[in-house]
Design a protein around this ligand. Structure first.
Ligand code: CO
Ligand code: CO
Ligand code: CO
Length: 538
């Protein structure tokens, strides 16, 4: 029932002020009122016809999952201007850049506290709740702590999404907190344009047994407990290109607790640990090596990775978050020659609820991995080692790369213009594709009568092509598909061959290419179809 009296009251006030009293950026009457006869200022809600199954959470957010984190560079710049916090009981504070804060209560008891809130990387609200909880608990586990209590923190577009969706998120979260043996004691909610969810977790640890990110030593082995690539899979989902199998595998991995890994690493006396989240494996490892003052060597071929994630990177599905992580971490990272650059992108992929990265004495690492496998952590693997004391460097090697080739190529990583030092397989990057001078080279330069034209005409034509092909509002993939359709419609065989090849190199599928060709056939009719068939017959 609409409370007309209340509506009249708030609308009169809104009209007098010139904007909605519930959203000062909207004029009164607002769009919702004019189109749906619903007055949000009077507490009326749009009827949400969408059920649980129809709401796809990742479509509601700009950055999925831990990719919504503020990047390390910006964060550091902001925090640098703030006072240092020290206290005699504060064992791990903000300076440590560790997973959780640790505050000593008594000699053998300390509080472990952490909070993590992020946007959904999966579509299912219940699963998102489970993942948000597992991710929040993970920072407590990464310190070797035992979680006790949790407070829910939730942002939700309550005016436009159904209560059922929010309830499912909360239920997933609460069940996972319970599965960890901890208790939800309360929470806080905010109206928000995008759904966000997480928990502030409090646990305990014996301060003498806590595991920070500062204790790694030369001779340690590095163990990772979950496969990488969930960020890439979420990104592919946002593009509508992730397979159902990949989504399911990534979802299950993110919802898994790091409890077993935490318990075993404490039992076996690990020296250092962190969990892999928004900054990617190499970003979090860089934090660990810097805090520990050591160099780590990672064998990229031994890092557990979702096969689909690697596949998506090969098809150029590389998020901006990966680019930002890479840009920041590369000052610490040297990649040996011969390591697959696609794999390096996966090593920078922001993970949501990723695994623990553990530094442990080499002679105990095999046992740790064997016991992880035995207790249901099947992907745990030794991925590298700590080689020497340093200011905190990382060397990435691959299968077949020896220490010698690493040493030979161990020059400082390039810091300037990372996007332009690319391999030819990465041509779809807007900043490097088709520098203005080279655009005349495509198919049209092959027309025989060009040589007959005057130098002036050729130069003018080149400039014209540059202007047409310069990056603009239409993205490069779409441009390539348009070029294919136009090539077919104008029945230019070399043009069509060239653009199809280019499109495939950019990861455009044959299905998409076919659709573009059929657009041309629908315009040009039988002659175009005959032309295309003839070309296919070659
Ligand atoms: Co963490
Ligand atoms: Co965190
Ligand atoms: Co509150």
């Amino acid at each position: 029932m609409i409370d007309l009296e209340k509506r009249r009251r708030v609308m009169a006030r809104s009209a007098a002020l010139g904007h909605c009293i519930c959203n000062p950026r909207q004029p009164c009457p607002c769009d919702t009122f004019r189109t749906h006869d619903v007055c949000p200022c009077a507490g009326e809600r749009l009827p949400d016809e969408r059920g649980l199954e129809e709401v796809l959470l990742t479509e509601l957010v700009e950055n999925a999952g831990c990719a919504s984190k503020i990047n390390q560079r910006d964060l550091r710049l902001v925090l640098d201007g703030l006072p240092e916090i020290t206290h005699e009981r504060l064992l791990v504070g903000t300076n440590a850049c560790d997973d959780a804060g640790v505050y000593r209560l008594t000699d053998d008891l300390a509080l472990v506290q952490t909070v993590d809130v992020f946007t959904p990387g999966v579509d299912d609200p219940y699963l998102f709740g489970q993942i948000a909880a597992a991710n929040s608990l993970s920072d407590c586990y990464a310190m070797g702590g035992t979680p006790l209590t949790a407070l829910a923190v939730i942002g939700f577009p309550i005016d436009t999404l159904s209560h059922e969706v929010m309830r499912a998120m909360l239920r997933g979260g609460m069940e996972t907190i319970a599965a960890a043996g901890a208790v939800v004691v309360g929470g806080h909610s905010m109206k928000d344009s995008e759904p966000k969810f997480g928990f502030a977790v409090t646990g305990t640890v014996d301060p003498r047994a806590m595991i920070t990110n500062a204790g790694a030593r030369p001779g340690d082995a590095l163990v990772l407990t979950k496969p990488l690539g969930v960020g890439i899979i979420s990104f592919a989902r946002q593009l509508g290109r992730a397979s159902a199998t990949a989504m399911a595998a990534a979802g299950a991995s993110m919802a898994r607790l790091n409890d077993v890994a935490a318990r075993l690493m404490v039992e076996l006396g690990a020296h250092a640990a962190t969990d892999v989240t928004g900054f990617g494996l190499l970003g979090h490892l860089a934090e660990l090596t810097r805090q520990s003052g050591v160099t780590a060597q990672i064998d990229a071929s031994r890092v557990p990775v979702f096969a689909e994630a690697l596949e998506y990177v090969r098809a150029q599905m590389i998020s901006g978050a990966i680019e930002r992580n890479l840009e920041y971490a590369q000052q610490f990272v040297t990649v040996a020659e011969g390591v697959d650059p696609n794999l390096v992108h996966v090593l920078h992929d922001p993970q949501t609820s990723g695994g623990l990265l553990i530094a442990i004495a080499a002679e105990r690492a095999e046992e740790l991995v064997a016991r992880l496998h035995a207790e249901g952590v099947p992907d745990a693997a030794i991925i590298g080692c700590v080689t020497e004391d340093s200011e905190g460097r990382i060397v990435v090697t691959g299968a077949g790369t020896t220490a010698a080739t690493v040493a030979a190529s161990a020059k400082p990583a390039p810091t300037a213009e990372p996007c332009c030092s690319q391999t030819p397989s990465q041509v779809s990057e807007p900043c490097c594709a088709e520098p203005p001078g080279e655009v005349t080279e495509p198919c049209c330069a092959q027309a025989p009568d060009l040589s007959a034209g005057t130098t002036e005409a050729r130069a003018a034509f080149g400039a014209f092509m540059s202007a047409v092909n310069a990056p603009g509002a239409v993205d490069l993939r779409t441009r390539e598909l348009i070029a294919i359709a136009l090539s077919a419609a104008s029945r230019c065989a070399p043009c069509l061959r060239l653009h199809i090849e280019k499109a495939r190199g950019m990861g455009i599928t044959d299905e998409e290419i076919n659709e573009a060709v059929w657009m041309a056939i629908s315009m040009g009719g039988a002659p175009v179809m005959m032309f295309v068939n003839e070309l296919r017959g070659e």
